[in-house]
Design a protein around this ligand. Structure first.
Ligand SMILES: NC(=O)c1ccc[n+]([C@@H]2O[C@H](COP(=O)([O-])OP(=O)(O)OC[C@H]3O[C@@H](n4cnc5c(N)ncnc54)[C@H](OP(=O)(O)O)[C@@H]3O)[C@@H](O)[C@H]2O)c1
Length: 244
């Protein structure tokens, strides 16, 4: 039965676009709620009656407004997927050396990669606790693994994903203590051909860069097989665990 509801935040991400396309093909999925700063890049999403596209500037006020609307509608969410993440923009790029560090860039990257996902989890908590089929997936990155950091560099991005991991691990412990059986997944997609990775693809073999459709399909398989066991997972596109 097509009764599964999916909430995708950061829905204009390259990977989110492919996730939406794949969820639309899935017989179990009824409704897709998509949240983004701007209207969908994929024109076909505009007309699809199974997608509701909501705009947010990701301030706490805007997040709270969206969540309040969903509460009023008694909307139950089965899967939350938070895709937000930035490595570079017109204003910042990843630091190679300590000397490249600038406070405003650290602030910006931390906010997008760690704090905005946390604000969503905070505000969604009353809504998703009612559903024991629920999972929360947040896009992390292997580079956020402290143990795996052999190369250095990319200070803000690394630190923000490590902070994101700690924030989500802490939330998952709280949810477990409150008997909310919600699976948490911190997902590493692998290097994927999107705006985020484009400046860094030059020295990589084409075969080492995934297409968004492949990554979306991998994540959906992982989510379909996710069984609640009270432990947050930090895993890659193969479903293999990544060291914290
Ligand atoms: N591509 C890779 O190789 C790779 C590797 C490891 C991890 N990841 C992670 O995968 C996730 C999806 O990335 P992607 O590759 O699909 O990248 P992308 O196409 O560049 O998408 C960027 C995402 O970040 C959000 N975003 C960008 N700037 C923002 C801002 N100023 N404030 C709030 N949100 C902002 C966008 O939200 P809107 O919908 O509002 O625009 C969108 O969801 C990210 O968390 C990324 O860190 C990607």
């Amino acid at each position: 039965m097509a009764d599964e509801s999916i909430l995708i935040i950061g829905a204009n991400s390259g990977i989110a676009g492919s996730l939406i396309e794949n969820f639309l093909d899935k017989k179990t999925v009824g409704k897709i709620l998509a949240v983004s700063r701007s209207m969908p890049k994929n024109q076909s999403f505009h007309k699809n009656e199974n997608i509701e596209w909501l705009l947010s500037d990701y301030t706490e006020h805007s997040i709270d407004q969206i969540v309040s609307t969903l509460k009023t509608r008694e909307f139950i969410i089965d899967k939350v997927i938070i895709c937000n993440g930035a490595l570079h923009s017109s204003l910042f790029s990843p630091e190679k050396r300590v000397e490249d560090i600038e406070l405003q860039n650290l602030d910006a990257v931390m906010k997008i990669n760690a704090f905005i996902p946390m604000l969503w989890v905070k505000n969604l908590k009353p809504l998703i606790r009612k559903s024991d089929r629920c999972s929360i997936t947040v896009f992390s990155a292997r580079i956020g693994s402290i143990q795996d950091n052999g190369k250095g560099g990319w200070y803000a991005y690394r630190a923000s994903k490590a902070a994101l991991n700690m924030l989500m691990k802490t939330a998952s412990i709280e949810f477990r203590r409150e008997s909310a059986e919600i699976s948490f997944l911190l997902f590493h997609p692998g290097t994927t051909d999107t705006y985020l990775s484009q400046p860094f693809q030059k020295r990589m073999a084409d075969s080492a860069i995934f297409q968004t459709d492949f990554v979306a399909k991998q994540l959906i398989i992982i989510l379909d097989n996710l069984v609640y066991d009270g432990e947050i997972k930090f895993a890659d596109w193969k479903g293999e665990t990544i060291a914290w």
